[in-house]
Design a protein around this ligand. Structure first.
Ligand SMILES: [Zn+2]
Length: 556
C-alpha cells in the first residue's frame, strides 16, 4: 500500500473543485503529484506503461477530504469505548453498559461516549444514582456527545476524588446534589480531568490542556500510543480523508506522528497539530508554539496554529451569550475561560509571532469577544493574511456577521452539530437558544453570503467523522421554523467546504484541495456517483479508494 507507483484513474466523474476546469474524466499522478487532468484518451497518452490503472466505473472522484477540526489522538483512543449515539432511555443504556462491561473485565474505568443530554428523556438529567443502578461496583462514566459534560457513578467519583466536590477554574463545575455530594454531572474538562487521570487516560487529554506528558512515557507506553495514533490515521484514511487539522495537540503528538513517518517512510494523512493555550498560562508559553512551528513544517506534518477555548457549550449553559438563555433568563453563560482583555492580549501576541489562531466560541457573546481579539491584533500588528479562525459559531449576533469577511476570519463550522441534524434531538438546545436567535444559529449560509470562508468539519469524536454524513447534513439541513433563513449548502459547496476551503484554512490552496496539474495527488474515489444519489442517501456512499501523496492509503 505504500509505494509510489504512478496512478492512472479512468472513467471517473471528477469534481475537481478547480473553477478553471470543474469537470474531467481521468487523472494521472506520478511522484505524489498530479501530472494531468482531462479525458481518458489524454491521460492514457500521458501515463507511463507501469502505471497502476484504477477504473472508476463512472463514480465520483474528488480531492481528498480535509477534516478541518478534529481531535485525532483522543478520538483514536476512544474508538474502543462504549458508543451511545442513538441509545435512548434508561433500559437501553443499562443493556448497552452491562453488555460492554462484560467485554472489559479489567478496565479501570468503563467509559461510554456520545450520549445525548436527554439520553434518559426530555425532563430527566443523568445523575450518579442512575449510573449506580446500572453498574454499582465498577467505576463507570458516560460522556455527552460534545465532550463538554460527563456523568460519573459513585465509584468513579470516589476514584477521582470528586465525590465531595471540587473548586475549579472558571467555566468548569462539579455539580453538587442536595445531599451535599457530587450528583455525578461534571461540566467541562477540569471537572472530568481528575477521572481521566485516575483511569490512565491522561496522555490522550494532554493535548487539550497544553501540556506534555510528565514523566515522558516509557517505551511500552510509547508503543501503545503509536498504535493508538496509527489506528486513528487508518480510521481517517478509511473515511476518505487525506488532510487533518487537529484542534488539540502538543509536541508529544507531533513526535508520535514523526516516529510513524520515520518507521513507515510516509504518513497516510497530512496532519496539522496545534499548540493549545490555556487561560492559566503566561503568554511566554507561546514560545512552545513557535518552537513546534519551526520544527514541524513539512507538507505532511505541521504546526503553526494556536488553539484556545473561549467558552463552553449551549447544553450546559456554559456558552457565552450576548443576551440571556431563553430557558434560563438569569444567565448569559457565566464566566468565560478568558476575559475579553485576556483574549485581546493573547490574539495580539500569537498574531505577532506570525502564528494562526483558532478559538472555540459557541455563544454569540464568545464569538464577539474573539472577533474583538482579532480586531485588536490587526490594530496592534497591522493587517496581514492571517486567516485566524472561529470554531463552531453556533449562535452569532447579527451585528457581527459582516466582521468575518472584513477581518479575513474563517468561520469553521460543523454540519453534524445543529440540533435536529443526524439524529440529534432538537431539545433542549433550541429552547436554550430561543426563537429570536434561531435565524442566527448554525448560520452557515448567512455567513457564507456575507463573504466568510467556511471550512466544514465533524469535530470528531464529538460527531461521527464520516464526511459523507457531514455533506448530507449540510445539504439536507432543516429549518426549525418556516420563517428561518435556509442555511443549506449545495452539494458542490459542501464538498468544497471539505476540500478546497480546508486547504485555504492551511494556506495550502496553491497545492491541495483541488484536482489540478501540479497539485498533490490527494484523491478520494467514491463508490457511487454522488450527484446521482438522492440527498437523503449520501451517507450510504463509501470511499472506494483513497490516495494521499500518490500512495493508496485505503482500498475497499
Ligand atoms: Zn473540538
Amino acid at each position: 500500500m505504500s509505494d509510489l507507483t504512478p496512478i492512472l484513474i479512468l472513467n471517473a466523474k471528477i469534481l475537481t473543485m478547480d473553477p478553471d476546469k470543474p469537470r474531467a474524466e481521468a487523472v494521472y499522478a506520478e511522484g505524489g503529484k498530479i501530472v494531468g487532468v482531462g479525458s481518458n484518451a489524454e491521460m492514457q497518452a500521458l501515463a507511463k506503461p507501469d502505471a497502476k490503472v484504477i477504473d472508476a466505473k463512472g463514480n465520483t472522484l474528488i480531492p481528498g477530504f480535509s477534516e478541518n477540526h478534529l481531535h485525532l489522538f483522543s478520538g483514536a483512543a476512544e474508538l474502543d469505548h462504549l458508543h451511545l449515539a442513538g441509545v435512548h432511555g434508561f433500559e437501553a443504556l443499562k443493556q448497552a453498559a452491562i453488555a460492554y462491561a462484560a467485554t472489559r473485565p479489567d478496565g479501570t474505568v468503563l467509559y461510554g461516549q456520545g450520549a445525548d443530554y436527554t439520553i434518559l428523556g426530555d425532563d430527566e438529567r443523568v445523575t450518579r444514582h442512575h449510573l449506580d443502578a446500572i453498574l454499582p461496583d465498577r467505576p463507570f462514566a458516560i460522556f455527552a456527545h460534545d465532550h463538554h459534560t460527563a456523568w460519573a457513578n459513585t465509584k468513579a467519583l470516589e476514584l477521582s476524588g470528586l465525590l465531595q466536590g471540587k473548586d475549579l477554574g472558571p467555566g468548569n463545575e462539579v455539580v453538587m446534589g442536595e445531599d451535599g455530594l457530587a450528583n455525578g454531572e461534571l461540566r467541562e474538562m477540569e471537572a472530568f480531568g481528575p477521572l481521566q487521570i485516575a483511569s490512565g487516560f491522561d496522555r490522550y487529554r494532554l493535548g487539550l490542556m497544553g501540556l506534555e506528558p510528565d514523566p515522558y512515557p516509557d517505551q511500552a507506553e510509547l508503543e501503545v500510543d503509536i498504535a493508538v495514533m496509527r489506528r486513528g490515521l487508518a480510521y481517517c484514511a478509511e473515511h476518505g480523508f487525506t488532510s487533518l487539522q487537529c484542534m488539540d495537540g502538543n509536541l508529544y503528538q507531533l513526535q508520535l506522528l514523526a516516529e510513524i513517518e520515520r518507521r513507515d517512510g510516509f504518513l497516510p494523512c497530512r496532519v496539522q497539530i496545534p499548540f493549545h493555550l490555556k487561560n492559566f498560562m503566561p503568554l511566554s508559553e507561546l514560545d512552545r508554539a513557535s518552537q513546534m512551528h519551526e520544527k514541524y513544517n513539512s507538507d505532511f506534518l505541521s504546526s503553526g496554529l494556536v488553539k484556545m477555548f473561549y467558552d463552553g457549550v449551549l447544553d450546559s449553559w456554559t456558552a457565552i451569550m450576548v443576551e440571556p438563555y431563553a430557558n434560563k433568563p438569569d444567565s448569559t453563560g457565566g464566566a468565560s475561560l478568558f476575559t475579553p482583555d485576556e483574549m485581546k492580549a493573547a490574539a495580539i501576541e500569537i498574531d505577532r509571532r506570525g502564528l494562526q489562531i483558532a478559538v472555540h466560541a459557541i455563544g454569540d457573546g464568545a464569538v464577539r469577544a474573539v472577533l474583538d481579539g482579532y480586531e485588536a491584533a490587526v490594530k496592534a500588528n497591522g493587517k496581514r493574511d492571517s486567516r485566524h479562525r472561529v470554531e463552531h459559531i453556533e449562535v452569532i449576533h447579527p451585528d457581527d456577521i459582516h466582521r468575518f469577511a472584513e477581518l479575513g476570519v474563517l468561520a469553521s463550522m460543523q454540519p453534524p452539530h445543529p440540533p435536529g441534524a443526524m439524529g440529534l434531538p432538537l431539545e433542549p438546545t433550541v429552547s436554550m437558544i430561543g426563537r429570536d436567535r434561531w435565524a442566527y444559529s448554525y448560520a452557515w449560509r448567512t455567513l457564507k453570503e456575507a463573504g466568510a470562508h467556511i471550512p466544514f468539519a465533524s469535530d470528531w469524536p464529538v460527531s461521527p467523522i464520516d464526511p459523507l454524513h457531514g455533506i448530507q447534513a449540510a445539504v439536507t439541513r432543516k429549518k426549525w421554523a418556516e420563517s428561518d433563513p435556509d442555511q443549506r449548502f449545495t452539494l458542490e459547496e459542501a464538498i468544497a467546504a471539505y476540500t478546497i476551503e480546508g486547504a485555504y484554512a492551511e494556506f495550502a490552496e496553491d497545492r491541495k484541495g483541488m484536482i489540478r496539474k501540479g497539485y498533490f495527488a490527494d484523491l478520494t474515489l467514491l463508490d457511487q456517483s454522488i450527484e446521482d444519489v438522492s440527498s437523503g442517501d449520501i451517507h450510504v456512499i463509501r470511499p472506494a479508494t483513497v490516495i494521499c501523496g500518490g500512495r493508496v492509503t485505503f482500498a475497499a
